[in-house]
Design a protein. Sequence first.
Length: 209
Amino acid sequence: MTAVKRLNKRAEKAQETRRRIIQAASDLFVEDGYGATNLQDIADLAGVAVQTIYFVFGNKRALLKELVDTTIAGDAEPVATLDRPWFTGAVAARTAEEMLTAYVPGSSAVLARVSPIMRVLEAAVANDPEVAALWPQDEDLRYVVQRTAAEAFVAKPGAREDLTTEDAADLLYGILSPELYLLFVRDRGWTHERWVHWAGQTLRTQLCA
C-alpha cells in the first residue's frame, strides 16, 4: 500500500470516528440533556475511548459547538452558508418568486436539522456562560445570511417596489426562524411540508408585488 493510500485510509477512519462521536453526542444531548451527559457516556455510545474525544474535540463545550455547526451546515465541510449550493442557487434565481421557491425549502431544511438540538443549546447556554461565549456575540450570523438574501431579493423582478432591504431582511429573519419553526412543527404538530408551504405563501404575500 502506498503512503498516499495509507494517509487516505487514516483520514477516512478519523472522519468516521469524528462523525460517530458527533452523532452519539447529538443522541444523548437530545435524550438526556447537555448537563446530564458526560463524555464517557458519549464515548461508550460511539464505541471509542474517552481519551479519543478529548484528543479530537478537547472538551464537552467544544463538542457541542462542533455538533451545532455541523448540524446547521449539514456536513463537516468548511463551507459557509453563503457559499452553500442551496443558498447561491436561490439568490441566483431570475425573479423574486423563483428565489422564494428555492430559498424557503433550503432554509427550512436547515431549520429541520437544527430543531432537535435547539432546547439542548438553550439549556446549555442558560446553565454554562462559557457555552454562550463559543459563538460571537457582536454579530448575528443568521441575520447576516438573511440580509444577504434580502439584498439579492429586492433587486429582482417581482419584488414589491416599496420593499427595502431592511424590511425584507427582517421578514426573512422572523419567519424563517428556528423559534417559529419549532412553534409550528414541534409544539403544534405541523409536518415539515406544511411548514414550508405556509412560510413560502406568507413570504410571497409580504415580499412579492
